[in-house]
Design a protein around this ligand. Structure first.
Ligand SMILES: Cc1cc2nc3c(=O)[nH]c(=O)nc-3n(C[C@H](O)[C@H](O)[C@H](O)COP(=O)(O)OP(=O)(O)OC[C@H]3O[C@@H](n4cnc5c(N)ncnc54)[C@H](O)[C@@H]3O)c2cc1C
Length: 474
């Protein structure tokens, strides 16, 4: 192994990108300083993103299942929500995980500084400590992992506790009687699902003509149908023109060709219209780092910026803004710093929407292939034909493989259905390993599991799926 002990690296930002990078850098023998305003590493993902939202979604799923159980002859009665204990559960998950990352940093002898960093020059940071005096620190390399924050619509800015971003929504101050979610992306749908399960009447407003813009429509359709049942309303092709605080709520004015009720009052509004990169790092202009369109820091495949001493990773360098992408980039950048021959060029980055049903996809998708005029073959397996889906009483799902018609190579995979987020990893592995449809069809999958739907999708490609009958032509 190369001796990296004389390399002093600073990682600015302790999210899943930053702490994964810092830990690997320490494992490779570098001297590492990790700087973040929180008490422990974790960033948005652990403190106010992936983790708290999934803890609440787990509870939401339980409530939904308990309600549905009447169909199986089991009656639980209406749920009694103790909001303080629910909040306590979510907070305890966050506290436990972040204490764990803090411990892992200590074990690796990563110098963790609770504070904010600004640049003095390409190799010097000023670190304003949360507790204590400002420090001036010198580094050989600096890795920027400053992440992102909720985007705001300036014309809709309303200083009111009734108007929340995702962070405030996760605080779970109360269960509002009515909640409007502005934005039909994954964060809005996930948080809307939580509040609907807890008893709020949730409405979603999305300016485009479908939920989860960008995702393949056949994957979104089963989710849309279910959301129509759990949400009060889904307003598509509709924008919010204005918001006004009143004594008993927020009066919202809608605009759009399909608007039936132009104004409505909601107890609370969740603004969830995307995220903005945190690239306005003080003093960044004293370096050679370039910030490109959308405010993203520009990097090459080694995650190197235009400044020889500075690398950048995660949400601050671009889409997809996902934790696992940030971690992978963080580790790639550290290897590049260590002088290894590496590049960030994945064939598949999985995306998961943790609603009920879940949606997950990776690699080339149909919508994308159509846009690129790329020839593909789609093999779809409906969950109505899956024994496991039947035992779970969740037949609405679908699994599909996107294949190259000539080489029969797996290019992409999409799943809508319960547990889709766990199933998608098989697609990622297949794509990264250059698997063919035959490889998946010939790999014995355990029965009865939802993973069989992946194997049978591959069989559908050959017209030989056990549980899907297709009459022979000719
Ligand atoms: C509600 C919600 C749910 C989500 N769910 C998922 C999910 O299920 N799966 C998924 O993959 N992704 C999810 N995400 C997205 C995910 O959280 C981000 O993609 C991920 O956290 C990005 O990691 P990062 O390391 O780039 O930065 P971040 O996690 O954003 O961390 C950046 C850190 O840098 C700090 N920082 C900023 N500037 C400075 C400075 N000057 N000095 C020191 N520190 C600084 C910030 O305070 C922050 O702690 C979710 C996000 C939200 C909001």
């Amino acid at each position: 192994m190369t001796d990296n002990s004389n390399l002093h690296v600073a990682v600015v930002g302790g999210g899943p990108g930053g702490y994964a990078a810092a830990f690997l850098a320490a494992d490779l023998g570098m001297e590492v300083t990790l700087i973040d305003p929180e008490a422990h590493p974790g960033g948005v993902c652990l403190y106010r993103g992936c983790i708290p939202s999934k803890a609440l979604l787990h509870v939401a799923k339980l409530i939904a299942e308990a309600r549905h159980a009447t169909n199986w002859g089991v009656e639980f009665g209406p749920p009694k929500i103790d909001l303080e204990r629910l909040r306590g559960f979510k907070n305890s998950v966050v506290a436990r995980l972040t204490a764990g990352t803090g411990q892992l940093a200590k074990q690796r002898k990563v110098h963790y500084v609770q504070g904010r960093a600004s640049f003095e020059n390409s190799n010097t940071l000023r670190v304003g400590r949360t507790k204590g005096a400002e420090e001036r620190l010198q580094f050989d390399r600096i890795l920027l992992a400053t992440g992102s924050r909720p985007a705001l619509i300036s014309s809709l800015k309303l200083e009111s506790p009734r108007v929340m971003d995702s962070t405030a929504a996760l605080d779970l101050a109360d269960v509002p009687g009515s909640l409007l979610v502005i934005g039909g992306g994954y964060i809005g749908l996930e948080l809307g699902t939580v509040y609907a399960a807890l008893g709020s009447k949730v409405s979603i407003v999305e300016m485009l003509d479908g939920l989860l813009p960008g995702a393949d429509r056949d994957l979104v359709l089963p989710l849309h149908k279910r959301m129509e049942k759990i949400f009060d309303s889904i307003l598509l092709k509709t924008t919010v023109a204005s918001m006004q605080e009143e004594a008993n709520g927020v009066r919202v004015t809608f605009e759009g060709p399909e608007v039936k009720e132009r104004q409505k009052v909601f107890d609370r509004v969740l603004v969830s219209v995307g995220r903005k990169p945190n690239s306005e790092i003080p003093g960044l202009e004293k370096t050679r780092v370039k910030v490109g369109p959308g405010g993203f820091i520009q990097v090459n495949k080694q995650l190197h910026t235009d400044d020889p001493s500075i690398y950048a990773i995660g949400d601050v360098v671009g889409e997809p803004m996902l934790a696992h992408k940030a971690s992978h980039q963080g580790r790639t950048a550290v290897e590049a710093i260590a002088g290894h021959k590496v590049a960030f060029e994945p064939n598949a980055i999985p995306a998961v929407v943790f609603t009920d049903p879940e949606i997950a996809w990776c690699g080339v998708m149909e919508t994308q292939a159509q846009k690129e005029n790329r020839e593909i073959k789609v093999a779809r397996f409906p969950w109505g034909a899956s024994g496991r889906a039947l035992t779970l009483d969740r037949m609405e799902g679908v699994t599909k493989l996107i294949l190259d018609p000539q080489t029969e190579r797996v290019l992409g995979m999409g799943v809508c259905g319960t547990g889709a987020g766990e199933l998608i990893s098989e697609g990622v592995l297949a794509i990264e390993m250059g698997a063919l449809a035959k490889d998946i069809a010939l790999s014995i999958h355990p029965h009865p599991t939802l993973s069989e739907t992946i194997m049978e999708s591959a069989e559908v490609f050959f017209g030989t799926s056990t549980h899907v009958y297709r009459p022979r032509r000719g």
